[in-house]
Design a protein around this ligand. Structure first.
Ligand SMILES: Nc1ncnc2c1ncn2[C@@H]1O[C@H](COP(=O)(O)OP(=O)(O)OP(=O)(O)O)[C@@H](O)[C@H]1O
Ligand SMILES: [Mg+2]
Length: 288
């Protein structure tokens, strides 16, 4: 199974939201990481066929994104998902199943399992209106899985999940990625750092870097430093280095920076993490 994206472009008036992006994906978990406005949602909407590219092509094996066979393989959780507040979780799932053409009896069995998997067992008779943000998000994930999709696209699926739910979610995604293509977007590094087989770093409509975590960290390995702040060279360091973290310790402030040269004699070289790379590329931009 292969998802093939060839030179896909989308422009909104003067803004090129996605700029000639080409990607090939096989079963596994793909983490699309980028700041606000990077073009993540636009790219995912094109992959899901809800937005047509201005140019370029998208196909899953031999089916183009416009074909019904492609749609049948797809599960999608949009970033802004329209829930029906007066529906119960159960009725909502039955409704979504009907839209996907799943027979009622089959749907019931499947919904039972899915609600269990997303930890909503016991809340199925509650109206969505009384759900918390995290519960709604989990219901959104469950509906995306109704047709057991080979291609699962989740746009910021962890928004609104608390730390405990995030861990559960990550485990679930890892499992799902074993035999299907899972693409999830986020601007939260820790959501994908350990579960993505491949990380796609997106900035201004293009994929800046892609690869496994060790691969994409390679360029900054040996260039991440931790050092004590010395007021004498503070301005200089801010000019020459990407400062990825600053924390106050008992002996004063510590900086974590990325740069070619050892910033000071007492600076310690530390192992690079995805957050360093992200902040290095997205200095001063949105994100967490
Ligand atoms: N329907 C639209 N009409 C006009 N401009 C749009 C439209 N959709 C997206 N854009 C613009 O395209 C760019 C990319 O937006 P997109 O929503 O794809 O980014 P994103 O990476 O998903 O951001 P976020 O992290 O905030 O969700 C932005 O500059 C946005 O303003
Ligand atoms: Mg988005």
């Amino acid at each position: 199974m292969e998802l093939k994206i060839s030179r896909v472009t989308k422009q909104f008036s003067a803004k090129i939201a996605v700029d000639k992006v080409s990607l090939q994906m096989q079963p596994g978990v793909y983490g699309l990481l980028g700041a606000n406005g990077a073009g993540k949602t636009t790219l995912l909407r094109m992959i899901c066929g809800v937005l047509s590219p201005d140019s370029g092509e998208i196909s899953l094996d031999r089916f183009s994104v416009k074909e019904e066979e492609y749609r049948n393989c797809l599960g999608y959780l949009p970033q802004e998902f329209g829930y029906y507040p007066n529906f119960t979780a159960w009725d909502f799932m039955m409704y979504m199943a009907a839209l996907k053409g799943i027979p009622r009896n089959k749907a019931k069995v499947r919904i039972e399992k899915l609600l269990e998997a997303v930890n909503l067992k016991g809340s199925e008779k509650k109206k969505i209106a009384v759900f918390s943000g995290g519960m709604k998000q989990r219901l959104g994930i469950a509906q995306a899985l109704l047709n057991n999709p080979k291609l699962l696209v989740l746009d910021e699926p962890t928004a609104g999940l608390d730390p405990k739910e995030r861990v559960k979610f990550r485990n679930m995604i890892s499992r799902l990625g074993q035999d299907r293509i899972v693409i999830l977007s986020t601007h939260i590094v820790s959501d994908i750092e350990y579960i993505a087989d491949e990380i796609l770093l997106m900035k201004e409509g293009t994929i800046l870097q892609k690869g496994s975590l060790p691969d994409i960290l390679e360029p900054i390995q040996g260039k991440v430093w931790e050092c004590k702040v010395n007021p004498a060279w503070e301005t200089q360091i801010l000019e020459q280095y990407a400062v990825v973290n600053m924390r106050e310790g008992a002996e004063g402030a510590f900086l974590r920076v990325v740069g070619e040269q050892r910033p000071s004699a007492d600076a310690v070289s530390v192992e690079a993490a995805l957050e360093d790379l992200y902040l290095y590329y997205f200095k001063g931009e949105g994100g967490e």
